[in-house]
Ligand binder design. Structure first.
Ligand code: IYR
Length: 242
């Protein structure tokens, strides 16, 4: 070779030269429609009104949820922003009375431990105003439970198993999307976190590499449903403008 450069050096130079082209991600035009300022104000006020009515419900009716509604809400959850778009989540929907019974039994066993000895007095004091205890009849009464699992590894496009980035943030965002969607379509939820939740892995036959994140109880409130008389912080207490 005239220049005396080795093939390896030429290859490196070529790689460096074309790296930008190779690394360029494929893009598509963003689909985004601007709304008028008046419309934005009106939408934000109506949505706030809707979301202000969202409450965690612990007394459920056994009325069934129309077919397909939960599935649409799960698709909405799946649109949440997440680490490296790895979508490291799994939503297990439980409608079977037998599976719900097993989940209730296992959850109540953990909760008896929690309320009986595991929880420090300080924690029990913090829960006092909610009136919760180890009894979880809603796990059987509500028409559906959604067990949310956080995957610790996923398979990438090249078929390789890779680490998950920002799993907690991602699963939290997807769960927020889901709760908001279920509320907006007219369903009540309870975010239930019996701890530990390993029994969900066993009962639902999930891989041990998936961590149970929370158990969402879904349905309609019971006719006589009451909720704790609690208040939410004001805007000034939760935000600042800079
Ligand atoms: N997991 C228990 C205790 C509990 C903990 C928190 I933090 C709550 O906001 C509510 C309850 C239970 O479900 O009873």
């Amino acid at each position: 070779m005239k220049s005396g450069l080795s093939a390896a050096v030429i290859e490196l130079a070529l790689r460096a030269k074309y790296r930008i082209l190779v690394a360029m991600p494929k893009t598509i035009p963003l689909c985004f429609e601007r709304v008028s300022e008046d419309e934005m104000r009106s939408r934000s006020a109506s949505l706030l009104k809707v979301m202000k009515a969202r409450r965690s419900v612990r007394a459920f009716s056994s009325d069934l949820i129309p077919e397909g509604v939960i599935e649409k809400c799960l698709e909405i959850a799946g649109r949440a922003p997440n680490g490296a778009n790895q979508q490291a989540w799994h939503f297990a929907v439980v409608k079977s009375p037998e599976v719900k019974r097993r989940i209730r039994e296992a959850a109540e066993a953990e909760e008896r431990e929690f309320y009986g000895s595991r929880a420090p007095q300080e924690w029990l004091d913090a829960l006092d105003h909610l009136g919760t205890d180890a009894q979880k009849p809603f796990l059987e009464k509500a028409p559906a439970l959604i067990a949310i699992f956080q995957k610790s590894k996923v398979v990438d496009e090249s078929g390789e198993e890779v680490k998950v980035y920002y799993p907690k943030e991602s699963i939290g965002l997807a769960t927020g999307f889901l709760i908001s969607a279920l509320h907006q379509v007219g369903l009540a939820t309870l975010t239930h976190t019996p701890s530990p939740m390993k029994f969900l892995t066993e009962i639902l036959g999930r891989s041990p590499s998936e961590k149970p994140f929370l158990l969402l109880v879904v349905g309609y409130p019971a006719e006589d449903c009451e909720v704790p008389d609690i208040t939410k912080l004001n805007l000034a207490d939760i935000s600042s403008t800079h």
